[in-house]
Design a protein around this ligand. Structure first.
Ligand code: VTB
Length: 331
């Protein structure tokens, strides 16, 4: 029986939500141990090893569909890798053990460990290319934003829907040369911009609680895998998001075709990127706008995570206080 507000049927096991937090907590602690040391790859690898170890303890028959790369590029958590005990639901997994390796290396805000689970076939198998993205949080009429409109028209439409002036809108955009024209157009409306160096999964999620994060809209070009992860989170919290892959070479189009993507110009809605029942979890690695980073105390490691489900729209913030940390990384 579908829930009255046509939410997806709850297929994924309820316990999985909390099990997933354990996965991101342990990966986040492993990478946070290397925080601020300028060792992007080591911190990423530490998170990958921990995430894979914990995933293989879960009662799932999981397939990594968004991971650390193609099989010949990534020894672990590669696209197609089977994870879990092999019992339990067949699930597709999108993961980023350390979203924001540079942020972690410099101990800047909003590095996260993120993972999303759906039923089989629930995730867009996005190739590792760029994606043009636009996203806002819940509470606005469907169609408030559209990738096929200009940035100026999107800012004006959002301001109108929010009942404020465009100058009261704040956009999150990645600080990249490719965004020079976008930044100028958004600024021409009077809207403010938070330029982020990295981490646009957090950038998109920030739109879901503008009162806390100060961000109303995310616009710009970032990673396609990160776009699918962000869409999975918004499916749980609510919001609107569109994405279009940037397939600007025959090599990229061929790679996309290999992953079942026939229309290189297709505009994906949030529900095209993450379908059905979705469970999403993230743990803060560095302190951020909606999750605190890992804190290493004298006899306590503290983690801060969010876990949410599309089927129930439940959002849980979990503070983990971990004492057995002599076994923490291996337990
Ligand atoms: C993007 C963004 C990610 O890396 O993929 C970015 O989506 C890389 O962009 O959140 P550039 O190639 O322009 O550097 C992140 O910021 C971090 O993984």
């Amino acid at each position: 029986m579908l829930p009255s507000d046509n939410r997806p049927l709850a297929v994924l096991d309820r316990a999985l939500s909390m099990e997933l937090v354990r996965v991101t907590e342990r990966a986040a602690v492993s990478s946070a141990r290397l925080r601020g040391r300028g060792v992007e790859k080591d911190a990423d690898q530490a998170a990958v090893v921990a995430m894979r170890r914990e995933l293989n303890r879960l009662p799932i028959s999981g397939t990594v569909v968004i991971g650390e790369g193609e099989r010949d590029e990534a020894p672990m958590l590669y696209i197609g890798e089977k994870v879990g005990t092999g019992e339990g639901p067949k699930v597709d997994i999108a993961l980023d053990p350390l979203e924001g390796t540079t942020i972690c290396a410099k101990n800047l805000p909003n590095a996260l460990c993120v993972i999303a689970l759906t039923e089989e076939g629930g995730l867009l198998n996005a190739p590792d290319v760029y994606m043009d993205k636009i996203a806002i949080g819940p509470g606005y009429p469907e169609g408030t934003i559209d990738l096929d409109r200009s940035p100026i028209d999107n800012i004006i439409a959002l301001a109108k829907a929010k009942g404020v002036a465009p100058s009261d809108i704040s956009a999150c955009i990645m600080d990249r040369p490719r965004h020079a024209k976008l930044i100028a157009e958004v600024r021409s409306t009077g809207a403010a911009i938070r330029l982020i160096g990295d981490g646009d999964v957090a950038g998109v999620i920030h739109t879901t609680d503008p009162r806390t994060t100060g961000i109303d809209i995310y616009i710009g070009i970032g990673g396609a895998p990160e776009g699918v992860l962000a869409a999975a989170a918004l499916r749980c919290i609510g919001g609107q998001m569109q994405g279009r892959l940037i397939l600007d070479s025959e090599e990229k189009r061929a790679r996309a075709r290999k992953m079942g993507i026939e229309d290189p110009q297709r505009k994906y809605a949030m529900g095209d990127m993450a379908r059905g029942d979705v469970v999403f979890a993230a743990t803060g690695v560095t302190d951020g706008n909606f999750l605190r980073g890992v804190h290493f105390g004298h006899d306590l490691i503290t983690t801060h995570s969010v876990v949410m489900r599309a089927a129930t729209r439940t959002i849980r913030y979990v503070e983990g206080q971990h004492r057995l940390f002599d076994k923490f990384d291996d337990a």
